[in-house]
Write a protein that binds this ligand. Structure first.
Ligand SMILES: Nc1ncnc2c1ncn2[C@@H]1O[C@H](COP(=O)(O)OP(=O)(O)OP(=O)(O)O)[C@@H](O)[C@H]1O
Ligand SMILES: [Mg+2]
Length: 268
């Protein structure tokens, strides 16, 4: 291709206040197609506000934003057709089975072959075995994966995940990460918000930090790390992190546990 593709998400000078509270004070960023972009920020930084504006649920006070080439203010219907939004709390129906949830959404979207669509998504998110069980029996990670699967019905080119792994255990988080990575590999653009630095580190092609109403840093992980002075070489006895210990004992997803049968404190 000779021309550069326009970004999937383009945001300039976005402002939003709730009464006297100036939450967004001029937010700028772009997200390239097929990439994963992480919006980091502490509680109340305005991450959900950005996602709501981009998904047309909320109007900005000033600035412009486009998604998939459509202006969020003047072409809201086109934007909605281009996106899906997965909020912080799973929007699945507990009484239905996983497959029924997916078929229901495919029907609501007037798609042909809802059962085939459901089965493909169940397979893609490793939920085939649990497909006929009620969602009330699913683990948190399974619900989250089902929730993301539901948001993919109709193949939207852009997806917003607002804190996709909050409240999940380390293993379930990694399962969700794998699902999100697969999406981007297949060309979907993903904007996710998170408070977890390691989540951004694991997943994102670019990371932006929203702080006091503005994006104060935006770059790849390597670029962000270069903002700090070069690493000093020090000799220290490395203590495993709690995460290292957790995975050594329960086994990382997709890998055999190195020490499944080891009792903490026992001699080898
Ligand atoms: N409808 C509203 N009315 C008034 N204030 C609001 C409203 N929605 C959000 N706020 C305030 O705006 C600020 C930003 O909220 P937002 O939900 O965007 O933050 P966030 O970065 O998503 O935080 P969290 O990490 O806790 O989800 C907060 O101080 C919040 O209390
Ligand atoms: Mg939020």
């Amino acid at each position: 291709m000779t021309t550069r593709q326009s970004p999937a998400i383009h945001v300039r000078g976005l402002e939003k206040s709730y009464k006297a509270l100036r939450v967004l004070r001029g937010v700028d960023f772009d997200v390239q197609r097929g990439s994963i972009f992480a919006l980091l920020g502490s509680n109340g930084a305005g991450k959900t506000t950005v996602v709501k504006i981009l998904s047309t649920l909320l109007k900005a006070d000033a600035g412009t934003a486009s998604v998939n080439g459509f202006d969020v203010a003047t072409q809201a219907a086109d934007v909605r057709e281009s996106i899906s939004l997965t909020g912080q709390f799973a929007a699945v129906d507990e009484i239905l089975t996983g497959r029924e949830n997916l078929v229901l959404v495919a029907r609501l979207r007037h798609l042909k072959n809802p059962r085939i669509i459901a089965d493909e998504l169940l397979d893609r998110f490793s939920l085939t075995e649990a497909a006929t069980r009620k969602v009330s029996t699913y683990s948190g990670g399974m619900r989250r994966r089902l929730d993301i699967a539901m948001s993919l019905i109709g193949n939207p080119p852009v997806i917003f995940l607002d804190e996709p792994t909050t409240g999940l255990d380390p293993q379930a988080r990694i399962e969700v990460w794998q699902a999100v990575k697969k999406l981007a590999d297949q060309g979907t653009t993903v904007l996710l918000t998170t408070q977890y630095l390691d989540e951004a580190e694991q997943l994102a092609d670019r990371i932006a930090i929203l702080h006091e109403g503005r994006i104060i840093v935006n770059g790849t992980l390597t670029e962000l790390k270069q903002l700090l002075p070069p690493a000093k070489v020090e000799y220290v006895e490395k203590q495993p992190t709690l995460e290292d210990v957790f995975f050594a004992i329960v086994g990382a997803p997709g890998k055999d546990a190195a020490a499944n049968d080891r009792t903490v404190g026992a001699d080898k």
